[in-house]
Design a protein. Structure first.
Length: 247
């Protein structure tokens, strides 16, 4: 395969090959979509902001023992990553009830979830990324029972590390989505991105339910000042170091 060939274009990133077969280049876009791309827009500077936030978080997670696909950033909106075969699951961890959990269960927004909830969604745009049961997931061979256990353990550990880190940033980590992939040695790596596109982040110094939102809900719900919120997350993330936490 020739170098720098476009391999895949997703809603938020374009993936290119490089001259190293085990390395891919992810180009973060300013495009924003919501509700399975029924809503489309642009968030100025988002590509760079999300790339920088994701790079910082991946490095912090690596330092805390989580293997990720991150290598480095050759440009502000570009990330070199290890090539992986993506597991077609969106792993969502929830610390506080919000979003689809409230819509589907009637739980009140803000309900604290102890222990955190881990959910698996089928990564399939045509089907609208449906919520899976563990039995359905195994029936569909989307992961082996061992991989499912591994994903659950990794997701909860990542949650502990991120929750503590964001707390130091003055931000409450409400919920987030992770994707994982297998490298050529079949090691499970954290992949995709972690950013205000893929997390719900609430500003601890705001009590108003709309003003506190620092994530893509500002775009989904037309709350305005989307760029400012993303920039604010970046500034706080860069100003905070993530030390190893217990557990
Ligand atoms: P949800 O409440 O809409 O199910 O979202 C849960 C979390 O997952 C939230 O932090 C946003 C994130 N998410 C994505 O990253 N991509 C998606 O396609 C969806 C639906 C949610």
């Amino acid at each position: 395969m020739s170098a720098h060939q476009k391999l895949y274009e997703g809603k938020a990133k374009i993936i290119y090959s490089t001259d190293e077969p085990e390395v891919l280049l992810a180009n973060f876009k300013d495009d924003a979509t919501a509700f399975n791309a029924k809503k489309r827009g642009t968030i100025a500077g988002k590509g760079e902001i999300n790339c920088k936030i994701a790079a910082h978080l991946f490095q912090m997670l690596e330092a805390n023992g989580i293997p990720t696909h991150f290598i480095d950033c050759p440009a502000p909106n570009q990330m070199r990553v290890r090539a992986v075969r993506i597991v077609p699951l969106e792993v969502v961890v929830r610390n506080i009830a919000a979003g689809s959990l409230c819509q589907q269960t009637g739980l009140e927004v803000g309900t604290v979830l102890k222990p955190p909830l881990v959910e698996f969604y089928y990564k399939n745009d045509e089907l609208g990324d449906p919520l899976l049961t563990r039995d359905r997931l195994l029936l569909m061979s989307l992961a082996t029972p061992e991989q499912l256990e591994q994903l659950q353990t990794m997701a909860l550990r990542i949650n502990e590390i991120l929750k503590e880190f964001f707390h130091k940033c003055g931000i409450t980590l409400v919920d987030f989505k992770l994707e994982f992939g297998l490298d050529q040695q079949q090691h499970m790596l954290l992949a995709d991105e972690i950013s205000p596109d893929t997390c719900r982040l609430w500003n601890d110094s705001e009590s108003d339910p709309d003003r506190r939102v620092m994530d893509k809900d500002r775009f989904r719900r037309d709350l305005g000042q989307v760029e400012d919120a993303y920039q604010q997350v970046l500034e706080r993330v860069l100003a905070t170091t993530g030390n190893v936490v217990g557990g």
